[in-house]
Design a protein around this ligand. Structure first.
Ligand code: PMT
Length: 404
């Protein structure tokens, strides 16, 4: 994912330095070339040798060290980097950069680079909330520096609140966002994912095999490409992608309400959720007992067809549906495309090996409103998501050209 990318990882002093070690490991695993710069205080927590061993490169610590400058000077580091990530970034470091102070190797190199810089602060909650720190962060943001918010929890200093360094996986995901072309910047994408559960009684429900992997991949990739993403998700065991607004629902009716709440402010809607078409007519307050009768009859009533309703009110929004089929793939998908007034439908035969529910890959066909069709080979769900977003941007561009 990061092959050929040069990342400078700046590490300033705080208890969270140990998480920077794990972050470095993720970068190396993804194929990046990483150069680490440590401040003096960072070296109080973890030795440079740890970072040197994992990165395979000398760790840079001194501005005026002749040997380090000869090997790879700080200006060369600043010039060659595709991205700077400062994790953890202390209040002191952020304050120094915000004031234009460049009195050590890390601050000097940050000042000298034209690469994007991502600060990942970690500190005591009172320092984080201190108006002096807040003003420094805002000042740097105004200059185009990027920040990730710390997360809440029990802090090393004993206080509880915002100030913990986010998990290395979340920082890694944000890194991908910064390195990808931001071709979806300005778009707000509403993605639905996962199954719905229709309760029968307090212990049973009707549902399907959707794991949420397809929808979560779309949300993750859209975010990485710069979109603002709202993910309305049924129950899944997946971690939501970093930087995405998540709304959790259980039933089709709840998904309907959530989608209708967000629809106004979005430009693209992608409905990959596997929504139950029917729900039990009545939910039993108590667990249904086995009883004497051999068969149990459950009466079902129709759920709202969320996609069809969106098709009626979509206006200029791009509306994308999925079709999960077990036979007559194209005929069924084509009918849904027309009946639900979609711009594009993604058809998958869920009986095909490597496609549909639960697996990490999918085999899809795109059917467009203008009659075009396109078959994709078996791809990872992230790759399908990228291909889908590419096509959506093409449709948007064509519509713009048509209107102009
Ligand atoms: O989650 P995974 O395990 O990764 O699996 C991925 C997937 C198989 C769930 C996904 O690729 C997929 O096909 N999603 C659509 C599943 C589905 O419900 O298909 P459908 O053909 O029944 O519905 C057609 C479209 O109408 C879908 O966009 C669906 O979200 C929408 N719908 C359906 C019923 C309903 N009451 N409201 C809806 O909005």
């Amino acid at each position: 994912m990061l092959k050929g990318k040069k990342i400078v990882l700046g590490v300033s002093g705080g208890i969270a330095v140990y998480k920077a070690v794990e972050l470095l490991r993720l970068y190396i695993k993804a194929g990046a070339e990483v150069h680490v710069i440590m401040t003096k205080s960072a070296q109080q927590f973890v030795t440079p040798l740890t970072f040197q061993t994992l990165s395979g490169n000398p760790v840079h610590t001194e501005l005026f060290d002749l040997f380090q400058e000869k090997e790879i000077g700080h200006i060369s580091l600043a010039d060659r980097a595709d991205l700077f990530v400062i994790a953890p970034a202390t209040a002191n470091l952020v304050g120094k950069v915000a004031s234009g102070v460049a009195d050590d190797l890390l601050t000097t190199t940050i000042m000298a680079t034209k690469a994007p810089v991502l600060f990942v602060p970690a500190m005591n909650v009172n320092m984080w909330e201190n108006p002096i720190y807040r003003a420094n962060e805002e000042r740097l943001k105004a200059f185009g520096y990027r920040f990730m918010e710390p997360v809440s929890g029990l802090l090393a200093c004993g206080w509880e609140g915002k100030g913990k360094l986010p998990d290395p996986e979340a920082i890694f995901a944000e890194t991908l966002t910064l390195l990808r072309p931001q071709d979806m910047e300005g778009e707000t994408v509403l993605v639905t994912a996962g199954p719905t559960r229709e309760e029968l009684d307090p212990v049973r429900y009707l549902s399907n095999y959707s794991s949420g992997k397809m929808g979560y991949a779309i949300a993750r990739v859209a975010r990485q490409r710069g979109a603002k993403v709202i993910l309305v998700t049924g129950p899944t065991s997946l971690c939501p992608p970093a930087g995405v607004d998540v709304c959790r629902v259980t039933s089709a009716q709840q998904m309907h309400s959530a989608v209708m709440k967000y629809v106004e402010g979005v430009s693209i809607i992608i409905k990959s959720a596997a929504v139950a078409d029917y729900r039990p007519q009545a939910r039993s307050q108590e667990k249904i007992k086995k009883g004497d009768v051999g068969n149990l009859v459950i009466h079902l009533e129709k759920n709202p067809d969320i996609l069809a309703e969106l098709g009626r009110i979509k206006g200029r929004k791009i509306l994308v549906g999925f079709a999960a089929e077990t036979c007559d793939l194209l005929e069924n998908a084509e009918r849904k495309l027309k009946e639900k007034n979609l711009d594009l439908i993604v058809a998958n035969d869920v009986t095909e090996k490597g496609a549909g529910f639960e697996v990490d890959t999918n085999i899809v066909r795109f059917l467009f409103a203008d009659g075009r069709q396109e078959k994709l080979p078996q791809l990872s769900k992230d790759e399908v998501a990228h291909a889908l977003l590419d096509r959506i941007l093409q449709v948007k561009k064509a519509e713009k050209g048509f209107q102009a």
